[in-house]
Ligand binder design. Structure first.
Ligand code: NAD
Ligand code: ZN
Length: 255
C-alpha cells in the first residue's frame, strides 16, 4: 500500500511541466554497491577522504588502485534495482526529463534511462594520464597494480572525479541548466554534503521548483529546502510512485 506522500509525489509528477532527478550513492545500495555510510562496505576499510582524493592517487597510485579494483569488481557485478528501473520508466512515460547522477556505476543507463548526466564521471572507462588513450573498464586485467596504458605504459586513471578535482565542464553546465529550468526535482539517495554537486537542488529551489527527497533518513536539505521527505528505501518507493502515477492516469482522477 502506498503512503499519502507517495500519492502526493505521483500527483506532483503529473502536474509538473519539467521534472528532473538528482541521485546519489544511496540509490545503488540495493544493487550491492555501498554508499559512504553503509556498515560493512568497502568504505569502512578505505576512508573516502583519503582514498578518493586526487592527491592520494598521484602520490600513491598503487595504494589507491587496491580500492579502485574492489570498486570495479562491485560495479561490474551490479545490476539496476527497482529504483533505477522506476526512473527509466518515468522517462519513457514522458514524466522525467533527465537524471543528474553523482554515481559512477552506470546503473541508470543499464536500467534504460537515456538522458543521464554523470556529474562525477564514470567508472566504465579509463584514460591514460600521459597520452590520453581511452579504454573500457571491461578490458582491464587488474593482476598487476596500478594498471598501465597499453600504448605508452603510463598510469591509467578511471574517468571519475576524485575529491579535489574539477567537475567536467559539460556536466556542470548542463546540470545547472536543467536545475534552473525544472519545476520539480526528485532528490534520491544522497546525503547532499558533497559540493558542488549538492548545490543542484538549491539552484532548482531558488527558481521555484518543488523538492521531493527520497532517502532512508533526513539530510541537511530536509528542513532547509525540501518540500517533503519520503523516508525509506528507494527500491521500494520509486515503484510505488510509478504504480500510483499509472493508476491516476488510468482513473483520470483529478490531480
Ligand atoms: P553518501 O554515501 O554520502 O549518502 C548516501 C545517502 O543515501 C545517505 O543519505 C543514505 O541515507 C541514503 N541511502 C542509503 N541507502 C538508501 C536506499 N536504499 N534508499 C534511499 N536512500 C538511501 O552518497 P552521496 O551523497 O552520493 O555522496 C557520495 C559520493 O561518492 C558521490 O559523490 C558519489 O560520486 C560517490 N559514490 C558513488 C557510488 C556509486 O557510483 N554507486 C558509491 C559510493 C560513492
Ligand atoms: Zn598512454
Amino acid at each position: 500500500m502506498e503512503s499519502p506522500l507517495t500519492r502526493r509525489a505521483a500527483k506532483d509528477l503529473l502536474k509538473s511541466k519539467k521534472t528532473i532527478a538528482f541521485t546519489g550513492a544511496g540509490i545503488s545500495v540495493e544493487s550491492g554497491i555501498p554508499d559512504f555510510r553503509s556498515a560493512g562496505g568497502l568504505w569502512e576499510r578505505f576512508d573516502p577522504e583519503e582514498y578518493a582524493h586526487i592527491e592520494a592517487f598521484y602520490s600513491n597510485p598503487e595504494k589507491v588502485w587496491v580500492m579502485l579494483k574492489e570498486m570495479f569488481s562491485l560495479i561490474l557485478k551490479a545490476k539496476p534495482n527497482p529504483a533505477h528501473i522506476g526512473l527509466a520508466e518515468l522517462e519513457r512515460m514522458g514524466l522525467l526529463c533527465c537524471i543528474i547522477t553523482q554515481n559512477v556505476d552506470g546503473l541508470h543507463q543499464a536500467a534504460g534511462s537515456q538522458n543521464v548526466i554523470e556529474y562525477h564521471g564514470s567508472h566504465r572507462t579509463l584514460s591514460c594520464l600521459k597520452c590520453s588513450k581511452s579504454m573500457a573498464g571491461t578490458h582491464l586485467t587488474l593482476n598487476d597494480l596500478p594498471p598501465r596504458c597499453p600504448s605508452c605504459s603510463s598510469l591509467l586513471k578511471p574517468d571519475v572525479v576524485f575529491f579535489g578535482e574539477a567537475i567536467p565542464w559539460k556536466a556542470q553546465t548542463l546540470s545547472i541548466m536543467e536545475a534552473k529550468s525544472c519545476d520539480l526535482i526528485l532528490v534520491i539517495g544522497t546525503s547532499a554534503v558533497v559540493y558542488p554537486a549538492a548545490s543542484i537542488p538549491f539552484i532548482a529551489k531558488q527558481k521555484g521548483a518543488t523538492v521531493i527527497e527520497i532517502n532512508m533518513e533526513p539530510t541537511p536539505l530536509t528542513h532547509q529546502i525540501s518540500d517533503y521527505l519520503i523516508q525509506g528505501p528507494a527500491g521500494k518507493i520509486l515503484p510505488e510512485i510509478v504504480q500510483e502515477v499509472k493508476r491516476l492516469r488510468e482513473s483520470r482522477e483529478d490531480y
